[in-house]
Design a binder for this molecule. Structure first.
Ligand code: 3AM
Length: 185
């Protein structure tokens, strides 16, 4: 199939998700937790891929591709009430298909309320909402079927200042870029 004309940045859709975006200290703690795993090699066809420190986050909703002309309406429509909460971490797990994660030890009602309010906001904006149950986690690595989690990991607490609308960019090194930060009070 012939390649179409290259899209300019303005014409390319934005690939979006909503997330709890760590502050610098929490990001360092999450990276330390990631680095306590042993990424056993040899799990063909793909080698374990630890998540880059600057990409660590907790996804609230995956949105997908959205036309950039809709961004201002989305940024406004995704401002929902959010009560401050804290997340205690300390449980590592290896999910199906080799997803290594860190899970919160408990689910604060305010986190579930935030997830629900954002789901409602996405529906109001005419965007699809994931039907599977919400399983909050921080992905630490992918393709890690044979990885070994740490036996003991010091628990720690993350108090998110808020949530963020984040763009996943495939160009420029494939980073995640928060577009809007929304406070929790
Ligand atoms: O926080 P995690 O790593 O679980 O896997 C992707 C990542 O989740 C997920 O969105 C988060 C930010 O990229 N994701 C990517 N594509 C997806 C899709 N098509 C998806 N989630 C659901 N459907």
């Amino acid at each position: 199939m012939a390649a179409g004309p290259a899209l300019t940045d303005a014409a390319r859709p934005a690939r979006l998700f909503l997330a709890l975006w760590p502050d610098a200290a929490t990001r360092r703690t999450l990276a330390q937790a990631r680095d306590q795993w042993r990424w056993e090699q040899g799990s063909a066809p793909r080698s374990p891929a630890p998540v880059r420190s600057d990409k660590l986050h907790l996804t609230l909703h995956f949105i997908g591709n959205v036309d950039r002309s809709r961004l201002p309406a989305l940024q406004a429509g995704l401002a929902v009430a959010c009560s401050a909460f804290e997340l205690a971490f300390g449980r590592h797990a290896l999910w199906a298909r080799g997803i290594a994660v860190l899970e919160p030890l408990a689910l604060p009602p305010a986190l579930l309320a935030l997830h629900g309010a954002l789901g409602d906001a996405l529906r109001d904006l005419g965007l699809p909402v994931e039907q599977r149950p919400f399983r909050p986690h921080v992905t630490l690595a992918r393709h890690a079927r044979n990885a070994l989690p740490p036996l003991h990991t010091p628990p720690f607490t993350w108090r998110p200042a808020g949530y963020a609308l984040v763009e996943s960019r495939l160009d420029a090194g494939g980073g995640y870029h928060p577009l809007t930060h929304y406070p929790c009070r």
